[in-house]
Design a protein around this ligand. Sequence first.
Ligand SMILES: Nc1nc2c(ncn2[C@@H]2O[C@H](COP(=O)(O)OP(=O)(O)OP(=O)(O)O)[C@@H](O)[C@H]2O)c(=O)[nH]1
Ligand SMILES: [Mg+2]
Length: 327
Amino acid sequence: MFDFFKKDKTPEAKTKAEAPAEAASKASWAERLKQGLSRTRSQLGNQLASLFGGGKIDTDVYEELETILLTSDVGISATQALLDDIKQRVARQALSDTSQLKAALKESLMALLAPLEKPLNTSEHQPFVIMLTGVNGAGKTTTIGKLTHLFQAEGKSVLIAAGDTFRAAAREQLQAWGERNDVHVVASEGGDAAAVIFDAINSAKAKGIDVVLADTAGRLPTQLNLMEEISKVKRVINKALPGAPHEVLLVLDANTGQNAVMQVKAFDDALGVTGLVLSKLDGTAKGGVIAAIAQTRPIPVRFIGVGESIEDLRPFKASEFVEALFE
Ligand SMILES: Nc1nc2c(ncn2[C@@H]2O[C@H](COP(=O)(O)OP(=O)(O)OP(=O)(O)O)[C@@H](O)[C@H]2O)c(=O)[nH]1
Ligand SMILES: [Mg+2]
């Protein structure tokens, strides 16, 4: 758990160890993404490869395509939308052979996913306050570590609010990691999440910090008292800094497949979610859920996570994603 939260490094060792690693990882993000999506690709891509092997486009082909999309967790409504769109492309471009269907499917997927590509711009406010939420174990705390790393690489100063006051271990992990990476972590023992985050925002204002990342405890949308608590956290953030939070990030474990769509709806209805993080794409064959989200509640996917290391989170790019699924 949180490999990067545990690393014991002196500042010098860190510079030496990470500089080449960072250079290498930049070059290989496309590879990491491909690797991360390999299970989804083998579910979707490899089956499609045989389907697109050549032959007449008929109803059987469309039926098989439908099954493949459904088993990759694209969901009923997005599958239907994709099929309709592909059929239109086939008619318009007068395609007749299945080998031409791959390009049509890629185009349809791109058209569906492109609206989700809206990179987060943290330069619009200072401090830019990001509140993370999601069900238990979705990847919120890990994502905070990865985001801190990304923002620091952009030259931004970051402050973390340990708003998960339920688990002492969560607070301690964040604190230890913050110390080693020169990030201030505002925490309080026991205390209430809203109060911790309120203090953190005031501290960020006083110190001229660029980005505040507020962790919160995991919760299910059906736990009404906990949903009320997180609504309160949001209101209190707005008291500390009018206009904040500037981003409400919902972290989704891609392994949950169609359930992720329900989570998006429920958290959005309760909180007004402004961005999504799709984590653990490396562990799942259900990466197609992103299409289901695009169809039902097209909230921007700000970042995707494809592994446990600090380098394994990047802004979502629709074309990169679609390419990694097919290549
Ligand atoms: N393989 C993989 N594992 C991940 C990824 N992101 C997070 N994890 C792992 O998922 C587990 C849960 O992550 P956390 O960050 O603790 O999740 P959380 O949402 O903060 O959990 P709670 O605070 O308990 O609600 C950890 O073991 C992480 O290492 C990812 O992109 N890929
Ligand atoms: Mg956590």
